[in-house]
Design a protein. Structure first.
Length: 142
């Protein structure tokens, strides 16, 4: 992991993947406003589609320009969603929404993990994996 990589865990009491969409959208929106490219890595194509759908509808007056990378490989959107090992050109923020810690996470400056009730054991495994790499970890309760 590069010395510049930072790993943040955002812990919520929400029950499942779809319940954390508002939190994910807030994180993505904050990064977008700061002109930081974001890559949301999902477990499956279905989760990528759910994330895509939510980002289109999460706010009445907000707009987050995004695309699913596998469907639009030449997309220049500042927010990209993916579910395979196809990576964006800009590797600033990775929001890992998948069960495994992707082997290529070290290519990103910052990694964000979202913890909810249904994935607590997975999040603990991720925490230990990052910790074993000697990365400074930050936790946020939201």
């Amino acid at each position: 992991m590069s010395a510049l990589t930072q790993v943040d865990f955002y812990a919520t009491q929400e029950a499942d993947f779809t319940a954390v969409f508002p939190l994910i959208a807030k994180i993505v929106e904050k990064a977008y406003k700061q002109q930081m490219p974001v890559f949301l890595y999902c477990q499956t194509e279905q989760y990528a589609k759910q994330t895509d759908d939510f980002l289109w509808t999460f706010g009445d007056i907000s707009f987050l320009p995004h695309a699913i990378l596998e469907k639009e490989p030449q997309a220049f959107a500042p927010i990209l969603i993916g579910y395979s090992d196809v990576l964006p050109k800009d590797k600033n923020i990775l929001i890992n929404l998948a069960d495994p810690v992707p082997s290529w996470h070290t290519e990103f400056k910052r990694v964000i993990e979202v913890v909810y009730q249904d994935n607590k054991s997975i999040a603990r495994t991720h925490y230990k994996a990052y910790q074993a790499l000697g990365v400074e970890l930050k936790s946020h309760s939201v």
